[in-house]
Design a protein around this ligand. Structure first.
Ligand SMILES: Cc1ncc(C[n+]2csc(CCOP(=O)(O)OP(=O)(O)O)c2C)c(N)n1
Ligand SMILES: [Mg+2]
Length: 294
């Protein structure tokens, strides 16, 4: 992970948050790992630095909205919401239980801080554009942020909104693409190894595509807080003046932060064994110490 000096607090929060993800999924014996870990720095920066929110009043009318279109990464959002004070951290252990407020995919009717229910990939950008359009028409002063997965971009409905959002001049809408280069499975490889699932969009110049549709685009390292926060500030500055939506294409590593989950589709979802949990704890609690011991 790239660490920009001055952002140690966010790095620390994200380190603890990543550990919560792996431990929570292990406790509930099912869940996603790779997508939540690739998105974590982007989420921590959003919730701890960028968004205008009030955890004590989750439905405040002028709050910034966030839509996790890649809803299978719910555990990352729940951990960040809990750390930010929307509900007790102790509640995380109920993740994915039938009677929990923290379902496997985000439910806006159950979880404080969740603005839109997601999980069926491809729909969140449209929902976010609807919120942004409503805000524009009613002259409401807030920003709508939405995060998509790169595999998710294969869903056709995404492109209806990529096409239409500039036509509605939604400069109060920012799409963040978690470009981790992996999805759950992916394209069958030409080599015949059906388990090479890399680069769902490796052949596509995404920045050029979004920009061709009329979006203003920034490409960043999604694990560098300096770059992340600068891109968020850029998008916020465009709100209300630019006349076109913003897209932040964040290059990330799936499973970022833990040696055995980083960069492999095999940890798209999965439950860590006790031994793996010990490794994750060592690496995330004290990276330097872990590296020295290796
Ligand atoms: C419409 C729909 N089809 C399939 C799935 C199953 N599914 C869940 S995650 C996933 C892969 C998503 O890949 P990507 O968007 O790249 O997410 P990330 O790499 O961030 O986990 C799939 C196919 C789904 N949730 N919704
Ligand atoms: Mg992906």
């Amino acid at each position: 992970m790239t660490v920009t000096t001055g952002h140690e607090r966010l790095v620390d929060i994200a380190r603890g948050a990543r550990l919560h993800v792996v431990e929570t999924v292990a406790a509930s014996k099912a869940g996603h790992i790779g997508g939540p870990l690739s998105a974590m720095d982007l989420l921590v920066a959003l919730y701890f630095e960028q968004m205008r929110i009030d955890p004590s009043d989750p439905r405040r009318p002028d709050r910034d909205r966030f839509v996790l279109s890649k809803g299978h990464s719910a555990i990352a959002l729940y951990v960040v919401l809990a750390l930010r004070g929307y509900f007790p951290i102790e509640e995380l252990v109920t993740f994915d239980h039938g009677d929990s407020r923290l379902q496997g995919h985000p439910d806006m009717l159950l979880t404080p801080g969740v603005d839109v229910s997601t999980g069926s990939l491809g729909q969140g950008l449209s929902a976010a554009a609807g919120i942004a359009l409503g805000a524009q028409r009613l002259e409401r002063d807030f920003h709508t942020w939405v995060m998509l997965g790169d595999g998710e971009l294969e869903e056709g409905m995404v492109w209806e909104t990529v096409l239409s959002a500039p036509r509605f001049a939604l400069d109060n809408l920012t799409a963040i693409v978690d470009l981790n280069g992996l999805q759950q499975y992916g394209w069958p490889a030409s080599s015949g190894d059906r388990f090479d699932r890399s680069e769902p969009l490796g052949h596509v110049d995404l920045a050029a595509v979004f920009s061709g549709f009329g979006w203003e685009v920034r490409v960043i390292d999604g694990h560098d807080y300096g770059e992340i926060l600068a891109a968020y500030e850029w998008a916020e500055r465009r709100r209300g003046v630019a006349g076109t939506p913003s897209a932040i294409i964040a290059r990330t590593t799936k499973g970022q932060g833990i040696s055995f989950t980083a960069g492999t589709y095999k940890w798209h979802n999965g439950v860590a064994t006790d031994e793996q949990l010990a490794v994750a704890r060592a690496e995330l609690r004290d990276r330097d110490q872990a590296e020295a011991a290796r």
